[in-house]
Design a protein around this ligand. Structure first.
Ligand SMILES: Cc1cc2nc3c(=O)[nH]c(=O)nc-3n(C[C@H](O)[C@H](O)[C@H](O)COP(=O)(O)OP(=O)(O)OC[C@H]3O[C@@H](n4cnc5c(N)ncnc54)[C@H](O)[C@@H]3O)c2cc1C
Length: 301
């Protein structure tokens, strides 16, 4: 099965989702990764097609359309990112598409996809005839498995210019990318007051992590928008996610793909405990100072 991966590059850097898509493609068959911006792609495993389409936006669906015509893949994989969803939807007029997928398998020439629906409340199993498009959630496959040695081909494509890439709008210089952090200390409405975020920041620093938050915390301006976890924020995929005073609404947990979730909540029935490896029923503002002191004590030996 030939699988075309739409590789994402931002500011010259191959994004983690690209390696995750390649890892998924390798399980289905032969991956071919399409790269539409300039970047060092040498560690993407397998065949890589580096396209030069002139001044047109690197995220133009017509670039992908032309490569599909040339390569005739059975499956086209996109990441569930704004750019991936954007292109996949434009191509879907001619092909079946599965969105919010987290597992893809081949079966007798077709593909079987497991997808999240209704904000993650329902799991849908779909069988698609090929060629088909799958939009994969980040955190579904191990990025490391998509890394290896690339065999790079250059391809010139002519696409009618109807849009132009102007530039990136970057987050504030001093801010961090929570989607790349291994340890995320995340605060929800249960933290009660902006002043209490200081404790979360101290804990994050001690653990070598970063602070993030649920939407109400961001909406109140207690943390910048770049720190929001969830459907309208970012997806975290690191080793540890500490959910402090977060209820676990589906729109929030959609963005929580960390390997281990540890939740602290006063309500033992809070939905966040359903996705947690460890749960503590406690007042976060009472627990945090104790936890901080304990970690300091251990660190000081
Ligand atoms: C289209 C759409 C997109 C959305 N996108 C996002 C998104 O990207 N990210 C996101 O987070 N939300 C998003 N939401 C909002 C989401 O539905 C929830 O409203 C939000 O996640 C709730 O945030 P919370 O858990 O911090 O607050 P709450 O739901 O109010 O939960 C607070 C929790 O804190 C606990 N608590 C209270 N006091 C304490 C204490 N002292 N110690 C410990 N625990 C305590 C409570 O028991 C409760 O469980 C979206 C909603 C919509 C409709």
């Amino acid at each position: 099965m030939k699988v075309l991966v739409f590789g994402e590059v931002i500011d010259g850097e191959v994004q983690n989702i690209t390696y995750e898509l390649v890892a998924c493609a390798k399980k289905l068959g032969e991956p071919v990764t399409l790269i539409t911006s300039d970047a060092d792609v040498s560690n993407i495993d397998g065949r890589v097609i580096k396209v030069n389409a002139g001044e047109i936006s690197p995220w133009h669906y017509r670039i992908v359309e032309k490569v599909i015509e040339k390569e005739k893949p059975d499956v086209i994989l996109f990441g569930n990112t704004s750019c991936g969803v954007d292109i996949a939807s434009q191509l879907s007029a001619n092909m079946p598409v599965a969105t919010s997928a987290y597992e893809v398998e081949s079966e007798d020439g077709s593909i079987k996809v497991k997808s999240l629906s209704y904000g993650g409340k329902v799991i849908v199993e779909l069988k698609l005839e090929t060629p088909a498009i799958v939009v994969l959630n980040s955190g579904s496959y191990d990025a490391e498995e998509g890394k290896g040695k690339a065999s790079v081909e250059e391809l010139e494509i002519e696409v009618e210019k109807d849009s132009e890439f102007i530039g990136y709008i970057k987050p504030a210089e001093e801010d961090v990318d929570i989607s790349k952090a291994e340890i995320v200390v995340s605060v929800g409405r249960g933290i009660g007051d902006e002043a209490n975020i200081e404790m979360a920041e101290e804990l994050a620093e001690l653990l070598g992590g970063v602070v993030a938050g649920s939407r109400p915390v961001i909406d109140q301006g207690w943390l910048p928008k770049t720190r929001q976890v969830g459907r309208s924020g970012k997806t975290v995929t690191g080793k540890l996610y500490l959910a402090l005073g977060i209820s676990g609404a589906t729109e929030h947990v959609e963005g929580v793909k960390a390997k281990n979730v540890l939740a602290v909540n006063t309500d033992k029935t809070a939905p966040i405990f359903r996705i947690s490896r460890y749960g503590v029923v406690a007042d976060v503002n009472e627990l945090l100072p104790v936890l901080i002191d304990k970690i300091k004590e251990i660190k000081e030996g």
